[in-house]
Design a protein around this ligand. Structure first.
Ligand code: PDD
Length: 277
């Protein structure tokens, strides 16, 4: 992978960061993942807008214009055509104190571009199996911060049970999203997804799905799916930048609908495919 470290281009393996970086010490950093199709960053403006909102929520004084330019330059210098871009902005290096250092240090900006590898291809044909796990994350999941330990725990639990993803459930059984994806259900041809709030990430792919639903004349409602409703749900799918749309056919070893990938999921997968062409 090719990296860009505060504007300087170098191989990813050669990037060095201080142990006093607040991203390293506190997870005091935000990140973003962008997919590159045919050499072009997909939904670039939406991702830039989310980076800007995250910088503001974290009071991180990084310059979005430079970040945009570095992303564009790194993609073109990499020569990769099908790729993913990882962007990571930390509060920078300062003596270790919990409060934000005053004056603020210069944020550290890491960008790297890697050739795309579809780690979900084995699940796309028959649909994925997932498990439900308790949501143990903090209460500001709308911020795309690198504090991902609870997400890693959930993902590892899914992996140990041979599943592709973990659905996160609150104490009352409401399913917010996946450990690294947004969650959608289909009931009587209506597409359902949790309303935006501080308990979920405002997914860029989630927004695209809303648009594709309009184009396909599918009704969409912002309504949280409850674990107890799963036996009445016809279809389930997950979305994320590098996952695209992943149909889910089993939850906790129980089939969703008839256990096959449903027609609405297929329609949206096709619409997504047309959108990137
Ligand atoms: N994950 N919810 C969570 C908790 C996520 O981590 C992600 C993305 C999404 C989907 O967001 P988007 O459609 O903007 O990619 C929802 C990224 C890709 C990751 O952590 O690698």
């Amino acid at each position: 992978p090719l990296a860009c470290w505060n504007g300087e281009r170098l191989p990813l393996s050669e990037v060095r960061v201080s142990v006093l970086d607040r991203g390293f010490l506190f997870g005091d950093a935000i990140y973003e993942v962008i997919r590159v199709y045919s050499g072009k960053p997909f939904l670039f403006q939406d991702h830039l807008n989310r980076i800007q909102r995250n910088l503001e929520k974290m009071s991180l004084p990084a310059d979005l214009g430079s970040i945009q330019r570095w992303i564009e330059e790194t993609i073109s210098a990499s020569g990769f055509v099908e790729a993913s871009v990882y962007i990571h902005v930390t509060r920078g290096v300062a003596p270790r104190t919990h409060r934000f250092p005053d004056p603020p240090p210069t944020p550290n900006v890491l960008i790297y571009v890697a050739a795309f590898h579809d780690s979900y291809s084995q699940f796309r044909h028959s649909g994925a199996s997932v498990v439900v796990v308790p949501d143990q994350r903090w209460k500001r999941c709308d911020i795309k911060s690198v504090n991902l330990l609870a997400n890693c725990f959930a993902s590892e639990m899914a992996h140990q049970q041979g599943c592709a993803e973990a659905l996160l459930s609150d104490d009352s059984g409401k399913l917010s999203e996946g450990s690294r994806s947004s969650l959608f259900g289909v009931k009587d041809s209506v597409v359902l997804t949790a309303p935006l709030g501080e308990n979920i990430l405002p997914g860029i792919t989630r927004r695209l799905i809303q648009q594709l639903c309009e184009e396909c004349q599918l009704e969409m409602r912002e309504e949280t799916i409850h674990q107890s409703q799963l036996d009445e749900i016809d279809e389930l799918f997950l979305t994320a930048t590098t996952m695209e749309i992943l149909p889910v056919t089993r939850v906790d070893d129980q089939p969703i609908g008839d256990g096959q990938i449903g027609p609405v999921s297929r329609q949206l997968v096709d619409a997504y495919q047309k959108h990137i062409e």
